[in-house]
Design a protein around this ligand. Structure first.
Ligand SMILES: [Mg+2]
Length: 261
């Protein structure tokens, strides 16, 4: 155990998932304050990489501030930003119909996109609490008329304080079924996310570690990018569930708290 902790702490770049790793809904998980202090005092590079597309880096900064920790905006990267960057490289200054929250809309605007519900280049779906039949119907018909279908992340669900909430892949499914078109998903485990993270941290994959609570996104993403992975059991995955997957993380700990005790 001690050996494991030391190997993890010897890494210089930390790519850290948020939901289920540092907080749960609106509750900071134990050990996070100490872990952040350790990252900073040890001159580690770190990036909070979230598949959630609801919030902008500034809003994430503010959310953590409300929870009692102060992390600069530059330490956040979201699937919304990755989606916007990807689409801007596919089709500069395009347009999109968006089913998603402010983080996604803001990211698209910041990359030169406009919102369009008549003849957009893309229909983009992200995590949202604003989900209704009318927007699904609009999305279905736009896709049938040629708009390309994009998911900000392929998460099926995410942890909330009183259970789980359906996430992008579950929300986009009705559009896929009604149109017969398959969406392209940008967030983890798309290796794009890991390439961007390594570039931002300016570390090699050998120097980095991915810390997350999901086998199908965090662990898989690290694995396929040949970056060491640490699964924490403080989120959506239990130790028993790990065996349901055909692959394993390098390390499994109960939570971030194990790294600072
Ligand atoms: Mg998570």
């Amino acid at each position: 155990m001690e050996n494991v902790i030391e190997r993890i702490k010897a890494k210089s770049g930390f790519i850290i998932d948020m939901d289920g790793v540092i907080y749960h809904g609106n509750k900071l998980l134990p050990g996070i304050t100490e872990f952040l202090r350790w990252l900073e005092s040890s001159d580690k590079k770190f990036l909070f990489l979230t598949n959630s597309s609801e919030r902008s880096p500034r809003e994430l900064h503010e959310k953590l501030l409300r929870l009692g920790i102060d992390v600069g905006e530059e330490h956040f990267y979201t699937s919304a930003l990755a989606t916007a960057g990807f689409l801007a490289s596919q089709k500069p200054n395009g347009s999109a119909f968006i089913i998603g929250d402010a983080g996604l809309i803001h990211a698209l605007y910041s990359f030169g996109y406009t919102i369009n519900n008549v003849n957009p280049d893309y229909v983009i779906v992200g995590d949202t609490h604003n989900y209704n039949f009318e927007s699904i119907q609009t999305a279905v018909n736009l896709v049938l008329r040629g708009a390309r279908l994009i998911g900000a992340n392929p998460d099926v669900s995410g942890p909330v304080e009183n259970g789980i909430a359906p996430s992008t892949k579950a929300l986009i499914a009705p559009i896929e079924i009604a149109t017969g078109k398959k969406a392209y998903f940008v967030g983890k485990p798309n290796p794009l996310m890991m390439r961007i993270a390594l570039k931002r941290l300016m570390v090699s994959r050998e120097e980095a570690i991915v810390i997350g609570d999901r086998m199908d996104t965090d662990v898989r993403c690290g694995l396929e990018s040949e970056i060491d992975t640490l699964l924490v059991l403080s989120g959506i995955t239990s130790r028993e569930e790990v065996d349901n997957f055909p692959y394993r993380p390098q390390y499994i700990l109960n939570g971030i708290i194990d790294l600072v005790q």
